[in-house]
Design a protein around this ligand. Sequence first.
Ligand code: PEP
Ligand code: MG
Length: 752
Amino acid sequence: MNNTILQLTRIVQQVALAESPAAQVSLIVDSISDVIQADVCSLYRLNDQHDMVLLASHGLKHNNVVTIPNGKGLVGLVAKSRHPVNVEDAAAHENYFYLPQTQEEKFVSFCGVPLVLFGKVIGVLVVQSRKAERLSKESEGFLVALASQLALIVSDIPVENKIEDQNDRHRGVKGAPGIGLGRIRLCLSGELNSVPNADCDNVDATLSQWQQLLENVKQDIQTEQAALGDDMPDSVSAIFDAYRMLLADQALIERVQAEIRQGHWLPYALKLSIQHYAEIFHAMEDAYFRARAEDILHLGNKLYNAWRGDKGLDVNHIDGPVILMGVQVSVSDMASVPSNKLAGIVCFEGSSLSHTAVLANAMGIPAVMGTGTLKGLNDGDHIIVDGNEGQIILHPSDVVAGEFKKLVQKEKSLKKQLSLLKDLPAQTTDNHVLELFTNTGLLADITPGLKSGAEGVGLYRTEIPFMVRDSFPSEDEQVQVYERVLQAYANKPVYMRTLDIGGDKQLPYFPIHQEDNPALGWRGIRFTLDNIQLLMTQVRAMIRAASGQDNLHILLPMVISTPELMTFLELLDDAIGQLSQEGYAVSRPKVGVMVEVPAAISQIPMWAKYIDFISIGSNDLSQYLLALDRNNARVADRYDHVHPAVLHEVKRVVDMARQYNLPLSLCGEMAADPIAVVLLMAMGIKRLSMSAAKLPKVKYLIRAMSHADSHYILQQALTLESSEAIRNLVNDHLEAIGFNEYMRNQQTAAEA
Ligand code: PEP
Ligand code: MG
């Protein structure tokens, strides 16, 4: 038995470590047939059409794609029954379905077990043998155990489907959304890494060359930043600032000098120093810091290329849209391509935290990161970058490219149609008006909100400006950031939330030591009250930034008790007193709490006398009501903000807010889910806050609905016993009023 467990563990580990999906599937089938001594082992995977596609087989012929239609054959029976099927003579079974191209008639017995992930069958593992003999109970048990371990890995393996050219498809991670089609321009970064050692002939001359190089690159960075235009958000300026900071870093400068004095020529001295710092960052536990190692490598290559006299990327020889591709694609590479020509970015390394991804998001350029090294590519090769799915397709066929072009058109056309609603009110057909606000956090998000017609900022997540910096921003720095938001939304309300770090939001420079239950730990107002100096600085900065604007509302996260609220209100009085004494013209902002922890709900009547408004944070409220970690993929399927328990509690909050005359908004993801919007509107919520990109669709829905109908639907929904039943009920109505059809029609119009 121990031996079996060892074999099982070995197979799972080897499969998990295999370098490509193709290697993974062949390892699975080869190892199983080896361990069980079966003539055939095959792995089938369910595709979008619910057919079973043969991904790999040891023993069956499968030169072309082999597909078993939905529910057919013994494989279909395994999937349907969710149970092993173990028979000595497959052909004698009533469900037998013959696949001529595989020449499987040579094999007599059949044993299939389902691969189940989160309660759903995603594939079937089959072994067959020439002998008319059922598989032993022990081997069947082994297959069942192995299948349950492999399901998660297999779920990540792509299945052949209609529009994809599987051979040339490579998965990475999502860097920035959107789809781009174009020709590759390789960015040959990483050259510094291959610089050989050589002696330095003249130390003094090389030292001054180093000084000059630093100056030249500083100038280049200035020019590149200017080339990206004035519209670039602060998140992008921050990237250039980071480069400048590194260039001015005495430790780096002196390390290169020391290497030169050791007798190395400049490129090698640079290589050693850059590698040294990159390794330090690479070894850090925190993902954000690890990603900063890339900035150092980018800069190293930039310095090296400048030393060689490289003038940056030339894309003139490439016709049409350009996709930049390389181990890393630096901000400088991006800046050297005219923005109307840059259609996508692919990095072999990196993550969604890379500065390349941050910049791609800000510029609206699709990006895929971390594809792994791809060899044999040339400048000018065709490629599709699918940032929505985190995948790329190399050398796409005309059919594949055509399908993706339709998707691009669809996105464009829907955006255009919805943009026409910008200045129209979010008013139902029976004249019930809602206010639609936007959620933001980065300065980069300000303009999209205004462009999509947001009537205010319902949630400004202040932790984001804190997260993209290398240390706590000073009061003056915070004033600048907040001022720009408050001014951009002059005369419109802005709800700024005090720092809500902890849980899934960490500050790289303030690690909160490992907690067993971070979601229940030191986060939100608990953290800031314990670090009251930070809260004081932040509140002072908010009040100073609002001077003369009068649109600031302060929102407190994760409040669970009156003492927390009282301590904050005392701090607020203190901050106002201090600032007045210092000569600032200040006014008292309105203050409210997030209702995002169940404990807050029953205390609303007690808090009503202290606060001016409440805002439901449906993300956390659902997470804490359902005791489901919102970031845990294993339970993600169960998490639903239209769960009956959540709906009933949200309604309770809305009713209490009405009773105690407290203005109310809702700012979690629920606000942008069409199904939830129908129900929230019926409850009487008048203000919803969501990301700018989702706002036009919600407005379209509200304008297509009648408030009276939503009321009727809510009454029924509140009697239903599952999220699924609630979703079906509301969805039927969305079909009936043509909302779903409108969204589909945009696609048809684009395809025509
Ligand atoms: C929420 O919990 O719903 C919310 C808006 O806050 P965050 O997602 O930032 O935790
Ligand atoms: Mg929250």
